[in-house]
Design a protein around this ligand. Structure first.
Ligand SMILES: [Zn+2]
Length: 77
């Protein structure tokens, strides 16, 4: 489950038009803080720092890696 703060942030990115669907399961998410930066994300993986480091930060909790970028997909209509 994503935290309410993460969901709020994700909704803002969607509202700001930072989320583009490329293919059925491929999205490009532009950074709100740096418009030149974007991440490609699918339902299984994401390019961002938070995702790559998820297991480092949360090792051993048995959960699938997630990140604030990927959680955006969860709130898309
Ligand atoms: Zn990510």
């Amino acid at each position: 489950m994503s935290s309410p703060a993460t969901i709020k942030k994700a909704k803002k990115l969607v509202d700001d038009g930072c989320v583009s669907q490329i293919e059925d399961d491929l999205f490009q998410i532009r950074s709100s803080s740096d418009p030149n930066k974007s991440y490609f994300v699918t339902s299984d993986t994401c390019e961002c720092f938070g995702f790559k480091n998820y297991y480092k930060f949360h090792h051993g909790n048995g959960q699938k890696a997630n990140c604030s970028v990927k959680s955006i997909l969860d709130i898309l209509p």
